[in-house]
Design a protein around this ligand. Structure first.
Ligand SMILES: NC(=O)c1ccc[n+]([C@@H]2O[C@H](COP(=O)([O-])OP(=O)(O)OC[C@H]3O[C@@H](n4cnc5c(N)ncnc54)[C@H](OP(=O)(O)O)[C@@H]3O)[C@@H](O)[C@H]2O)c1
Length: 215
C-alpha cells in the first residue's frame, strides 16, 4: 500500500482516517473543500486526472443540511446529487484502484434506518451504496475490498451542528457517549495493516449499539 486518497480528510471522520493511514508510512492525499468539492463535477474530473491511481480510496464528503422534504429546493437536489452520488461515480470511472487495494465509503446509519428530515442525505447515500455493492463484485477479481462504513453519532463538527445539547444527547445513547472519529480511523487502519481482504461488499454499522435491526 503506497498511496491513499482520503476525500474530506481535513476534519472529523475523514481526518481521523487520514491520520491513521499516515502511521502506515504511505503517501496520504487528504483533501478539504479547497482542493476538492465533490459537488463540483469539473473539479472531480480534474482531480481524478491529476491523481490517476490509488491503493486506498476513501470516499467521504460533507453531509447535507437537515431539511423538511417540502422545503428542499431544486438547486439543493442537484447539489447533493452531485456531492454524494455523481462525484463519487465519476471518480470511480476515472481513477484506477490498484490490485489488492481498498475502497472505503463513509455513508451513514440512516441508509438503514431513515430519519425524515435527513432525506437529502439518505436518498443519495442509498443510491451510491448500491453502486458500491455492485462494483465490489467486479473489484473482487482484483482482490480490491469495498467497505461501506455507516456511522452514527460521531463527535465531529457535523454532529455539533445537528445536536443542540451534546451532554443530554449522549446520555440517551447505549454507551452514554458519542463515537470518536479516531475509532473509525483505527478500524480502517487495522483492516489495511492486517491485510484483510475477504470482507467486501458489506456495510459496517459504526453506531455504539443504537441500531434496532438484526441484519
Ligand atoms: N458525525 C456523525 O455523527 C455522522 C453520522 C453519519 C454520517 N456522517 C457523515 O460522515 C461524513 C463526514 O462527517 P463528519 O462528521 O466527519 O463531518 P465534519 O467533521 O463536519 O467534516 C466535514 C468534512 O467534509 C468536508 N466537506 C464539506 N463539504 C464538502 C464538499 N462539498 N466536498 C468535499 N468535502 C467537503 C470538510 O472540508 P472542509 O474542512 O474544507 O470544510 C470536512 O473535511 C459526512 O458525510 C456526514 O454526513 C457523519
Amino acid at each position: 500500500m503506497k498511496k491513499a486518497i482520503v476525500l474530506a480528510g481535513s476534519r472529523g471522520i475523514g481526518k481521523a482516517i487520514a491520520d491513521s493511514l499516515k502511521q502506515l508510512n504511505m503517501e496520504v492525499v487528504a483533501t478539504s473543500t479547497n482542493e476538492l468539492d465533490t459537488s463540483n463535477i469539473a473539479q472531480v474530473k480534474k482531480f481524478a486526472q491529476e491523481q490517476k491511481e490509488a491503493d486506498i480510496l476513501v470516499l467521504n464528503t460533507g453531509g447535507p443540511p437537515a431539511k423538511e422534504f417540502s422545503k428542499i429546493t431544486e438547486e439543493e437536489w442537484n447539489k447533493y446529487h452531485n456531492q454524494l452520488f455523481l462525484g463519487f461515480c465519476i471518480l470511480f470511472q476515472n481513477l484506477w484502484i490498484n490490485q489488492g487495494g481498498y475502497v472505503f465509503l463513509v455513508s451513514s446509519s440512516i441508509i438503514k434506518e431513515p430519519i425524515p428530515n435527513l432525506i437529502l442525505s439518505i436518498a443519495y447515500r442509498v443510491a451510491f451504496s448500491s453502486v458500491l455493492k455492485v462494483l465490489s463484485k467486479t473489484y473482487a477479481a482484483q482482490e480490491i475490498s469495498c467497505i461501506n462504513i455507516a456511522p452514527e453519532p460521531i463527535g465531529t463538527d457535523r454532529l455539533k451542528n445537528l445536536v443542540e445539547n451534546m451532554d443530554e444527547f449522549a446520555n440517551t445513547l447505549p454507551m452514554k457517549r458519542v463515537g470518536k472519529p479516531e475509532e473509525i480511523g483505527k478500524f480502517v487502519k487495522s483492516i489495511v495493516e492486517e491485510d484483510i481482504k475477504y470482507i467486501t461488499g458489506v456495510t459496517i454499522n459504526f453506531d455504539g449499539g443504537i441500531s434496532n435491526y438484526i441484519f
